[in-house]
Design a protein around this ligand. Structure first.
Ligand code: NDP
Length: 297
């Protein structure tokens, strides 16, 4: 078997176009654009790239982008004051504080300061709680993107065995919650899991969010399973001094067994920003008291 490639790049482009249409409709109804504020503290090069890319995509979707770049020595109190000002600003529907923050700032305290109804990253405990009990809220972008790809590929997920490898608050745990709410039978594996290969072999759906290059091998995969590879790992390339990106799944051996698989790059990665825009749009409709159909985007 050679697996079908799940084209996250194409899916994300379609999602972004749909968000753009709905953002235009929002502007006509609300008399203002939807707006996303991104706060960056310090000059971490990877974070700078992410923030630039988020800003550009936000503008392309017809929304306002408010960038707040603060120096690395910004105090926690000053950052909290910026978050408070954004909470109060009616032009701002979504607030994203780029992580990681400098060591002298308590990340949890900053996330807790964001109004949960503007927390488009879905990291606030209120949104984690809403997800756990099945109330509307904001779900972290990467796992929600994974779920969209799975439903697009498989339709109804009810009754399927899913194994999520990784239990972070950003990916693994919310992914497990989403799959439970789709009526999958969910196993969450992590660094203490015994016989991981055997656990993974049970799965109709494998979501790998580990951060270990090509750890999941083809002979761990049940024939016909669907594999979602969240991992983004930089490893030495074929040419000296060059690097390349690989996932947490050994793509070649897994693709020989699975029925469908996300590539790295071009799979889950592009979904994260597309879902961030989607969450901002949903926030804008809610904050303006406008109705957006549940299946609109
Ligand atoms: P974390 O480091 O926060 O979590 C990794 C998880 O993997 C932990 O739960 C850990 O277990 C588990 N783990 C580590 N080693 C093993 C092992 N040998 N066997 C089984 N489980 C193991 O990572 P994130 O969740 O933030 O990210 C995971 C991956 O996804 C990374 O490669 C990251 O770059 C990528 N990522 C990609 C995104 C995208 O946009 N596509 C967005 C976010 C992340 P334990 O809890 O026991 O330590």
């Amino acid at each position: 078997m050679t697996a079908a490639i799940i084209d996250g790049k194409a899916f994300a482009a379609t999602l972004r176009a749909r968000v753009g249409e709905l953002a235009t409709a929002f502007e006509a109804k609300a008399g203002r654009k939807a707006g996303l504020a991104v706060v960056l503290v310090g000059e971490d090069p990877a974070s700078q790239v992410y923030v630039r890319s988020k800003g550009k995509s936000t503008l392309e979707a017809g929304m306002n982008s408010f960038e707040h770049k603060l120096p690395a020595d910004t105090s926690e109190a000053d950052l909290l004051a910026v978050v408070e000002a954004l909470n109060a600003d009616v032009a701002v529907d979504g607030i994203l504080v780029q992580l990681p923050l400098p060591k002298h700032i308590d990340e949890q305290k900053v996330i807790a300061a964001i109004n949960p109804d503007k927390d488009v990253d879905g990291f606030h405990v209120t949104n984690a709680g809403r997800l756990a009990v099945g109330q509307p809220g904001f779900v972290p972008c990467t796992p929600l993107g994974c779920l969209m790809l799975l439903k697009d590929r498989l339709g109804d997920l009810s009754g399927l065995d899913a194994v999520v490898i990784g239990r972070s608050n950003i990916v693994g745990k919310p992914m497990a919650q989403l799959l439970i709410s789709e009526s999958c039978t969910v196993t969450v594996a992590h660094s203490r899991t015994k016989d991981l290969a055997d656990v993974v072999r049970r799965a109709d759906i494998v979501v790998a969010a580990v951060g270990r290059p090509e750890m999941v091998k083809g002979d761990w995969i049940k024939p016909g399973a669907t594999v979602i590879d969240v991992g983004i790992n930089r490893v030495p390339g074929a040419e000296a001094g060059k690097t390349r990106l690989v996932g947490d799944v050994d793509y070649a051996s897994a693709a020989a067994v699975a029925s469908a698989i996300t590539p790295v790059p071009g799979g889950v990665g592009p979904m994260t920003i597309a879902v961030l825009l989607r969450n901002t749009l949903v926030a804008a409709y809610r904050n303006a008291g406008l109705v957006l159909a549940a299946d609109a985007v």
